[in-house]
Each structure stands twice: as C-alpha cells, then as structure tokens.
Design a protein around this ligand. Structure first.
Ligand code: ASP
Length: 403
C-alpha cells in the first residue's frame, strides 16, 4: 500500500487540531503536550543545524568569487521580493482603507512591548558577536550566521590538511543533523495537531474577532494571498523557469509546519529537507540561502508591517503623507529583516515603524487580538519566499532540479 504522504498527514492533523481546539477546548491539556514536545525537538536542532549547514554550505561553494556571487544574488532576491511584498500591502491598505472608522474602543492593553529605541547603527553593530558562545546559547541568529560564514570562508583559505579535515567534519555533522531532522519530521502530524488545538483553544471567540476586525483581516490575507499565489509563482516561473505548482507541492510539508508553528526558525529543518530532497537543490545552495532566509527574508512579515501600521494611522485619523508612506516602506523592510523567526516577532518589531512615523505604540493594542492568527499566514508566506529564492538561485547557478 502506498504510504499516505506526510503533507497530507499534516493537513489532516491541522484540521483535526482546529476541530479539537474549537469543540474540546477544556480538554486541550490532553493533547497540547504533543505540540510542546515537537516544538522543543525542532528548537533543539536549530542551532547545530544552522552552524553546520552554513559552514558546509560556504566551504562547498569553494571560492571567494563564487561566494561573492551567491551572496549578491541571495541578498538582492531577498530585498527585492520583500519590497514587492510591501508595495502589495501598501496598495491593498490604501485601496481598502480598513482603518477608517475602526472602533478605537476595542483597543486592548499592551503589556511587555516597548519601543525598540536602539539606533539602526547599533542593531547593525550587534551582528558582530563579542562572544560567539553567548550568541549560540541565546540563539542570536545573525551573529551566528556571520560567524559561520567567516569560519567557512577561512576554512577554504587554510592549508590543505585543515581544509580537508574541517570540510569533512562539518559536512558530516550536517549530515547527522539532517538525519535527526528526518527522524523528528515523522512526528510532525502529532506536533501540528497539538500546537493547533492549543492555539485555537486560546484564541478566544474567533467569530467575534472576525466580525470586529474582519476588513482588516481580509486586507492582510488578500495581500498575502496575492504575494503567495501570484507574485512569487510569476517570479519562479519567469525568472527561475520552474513550474510553480510542482514547486508548491514539493514544499507543502514545511509550509504547513510554518503555518502551524508560526515560526520560520522552527520550520527551517523541514525547509532544508524539502528543498534538497524534494526540489533537488544542491546542499551548497540550500545550506547557504535557507538559514539566511529564515532569519532575514520575511516577505509576509514585511507586507504585514506595512498594512498594520497604515491601518493604525487610519484608525487614529492620521493621514500619512506620501513621504511618510515611503518611510513606512523602508522601515517595514528593516523591521522585517530584523524580526526573529519566532511567533509574533513581527508585532514587536512594528514599534520601529510606528516610532518612525510618530504613531502611538498603543496602536498595537488594536491589532493584538488577531495578530496570532495572521501570524500563521505570514509565516507560511515567509517560508514560501525562502523556498522560491532557493530554487530560483539554484537554477541560475545551472543546477538541474526535480521540480
Ligand atoms: N512569525 C514570523 C516568522 O517566524 C515572524 C513574524 O512576522 O512575527 O516568520
């Protein structure tokens, strides 16, 4: 008998999780632990996976010239697609104007979110770790990635004996990490069921939320869907010369996991697995582009920041001028790059955009109630963007893919 494909198993688990969370919310304690175990297992492997994957990626790229070209392509792709996503959001929010007449009385108290007041130069400076072990233990992705790239780069430049030894060592560690990933992925349906059941049981009265925040949610979802189903497939088709439907099928498992966990970082092991094994992208390209993508390439988050901030401005009756909207575009890009790949990170980083155009931080209280639901959709869009980048870049490097 043919095995029921994993992404379908996850899909069924997702539906069952929604039903369980909605109708048996009092008994969520019986199943929530499955989600907790799955998430902890994914988090357990992220750091060693990112380090070994980046180092083996860079060493396999071979020369500094190749590395330079690959980095240029990767960064340009990430920034360009994020900007397109933001513009899609900008157009949608200006057309629908969901904030006009929004009831400010529905605002919730915001606790634990304070403005990120660090100047941007400090944020850049912190990419250089003063102690790599502190960064590793705190899971600070950008410093870890920078260090790994440097480490890999200088492996290429070291003497033959060290080069062979270290390249083999990190390739082998990466191999083992992927084996552990495969083992954990088997439990994804149970994990997703637990996570979703718990999440749904905590998200209050969804019908009520949909009726009060409906237009806002539809604007965000509509713009995300356009980016997901129109913009990215067009890029994949015309720039990558790849069939977007086949590609979508190949990455269904990470997409559903991203949707359920709302975390691109936690999904990274599954993303690497699918892009390498299902799409046929070389380890060299996926190892370099995907960990970086899960950290800085957030198309969905970027789009969301733009819509949310302009929604808040509309609700407060503030008419943002053209130049203020341009500021929103660029700060939304920066804050999406700076958002960690964890649930609701985008909401916290939104303080940067709000502060930049002088809107009150309490505005976040307006969108708080629906953020967690929208987070699921934007995280799936983020991961989709990463996988599209990997296949397009692989194709441009002359690789022959399975999709
Ligand atoms: N949850 C998102 C992610 O992990 C980030 C965000 O927008 O909150 O990709």
């Amino acid at each position: 008998m043919k095995k029921f494909p994993l992404h379908w198993q996850i899909f069924v688990a997702l539906i069952l999780g929604i039903l369980y969370g909605a109708f048996l919310s009092d008994y969520v304690g019986y199943v929530g632990w499955m989600g907790d175990i799955f998430l902890r297992a994914l988090k357990m492997i992220i750091i060693p996976l990112v380090v070994s994957s980046m180092i083996s990626g860079v060493t396999n790229v071979g020369t500094s010239e190749n590395l330079g070209r690959l980095s240029m392509k990767t960064f340009s792709f990430y920034i360009l697609t994020s900007l397109i996503a933001i513009l899609t959001g900008l157009i949608a929010v200006n057309m629908v104007r969901p904030g006009i007449g929004a009831d400010l009385g529905l605002k919730q108290a915001v606790t634990g979110i304070s403005a990120i007041e660090k100047p941007f130069s400090d944020i850049l400076l912190e990419i250089i770790p003063t102690n790599i072990f502190t960064s590793l233990s705190n899971g600070e992705m950008l410093p870890i990635i920078l260090f790994s790239i440097l480490f890999g780069f200088f492996i290429i430049r070291s003497n033959e004996r060290s080069k062979v030894f270290l390249t083999n060592l990190f390739d082998s560690i990466f191999d083992v990490m992927m084996k552990i990933t495969l083992f954990i992925i088997n439990f994804a349906p149970f994990g997703v069921f637990g996570i979703v059941a718990k999440q749904i049981s905590h998200s209050g009265d969804i019908l009520h939320l949909a009726s009060t925040m409906g237009i806002y949610m539809v604007t965000v979802l509509g713009a995300l869907l356009i980016h997901f189903f129109v913009t990215m497939p067009l890029i994949v088709k015309f720039i990558g010369r790849i069939n977007p439907v086949k590609h979508l099928r190949a990455v269904m498992t990470p997409l559903l996991t991203a949707f359920s966990t709302s975390s691109s970082s936690a999904t990274l092991p599954l993303t690497i697995q699918a892009v390498e094994k299902e799409c046929g992208v070389s380890n060299k390209i996926s190892s370099f582009t995907l960990p970086l993508g899960a950290t800085i390439n957030m198309n969905g988050t970027a789009l969301y920041e733009c819509i949310a901030v302009i929604f808040i401005a509309q609700a407060y009756g503030v008419d943002l001028t053209f130049s203020q909207q341009i500021i929103v575009v660029f700060t939304a890009l920066l804050s999406a790059i700076g958002s960690a790949g964890i649930p609701m990170a985008g909401l916290i980083m939104m303080t940067i955009v709000l502060t930049a155009v002088g809107l009150p931080l309490e505005g976040i209280g307006l969108i708080l109630s629906v953020d967690r639901i929208l987070d699921m959709f934007r995280t799936a869009t983020n991961v989709w963007g990463d996988t599209c980048a990997a296949v397009v870049i692989a194709k441009s490097e002359g690789e022959i893919l399975k999709v």
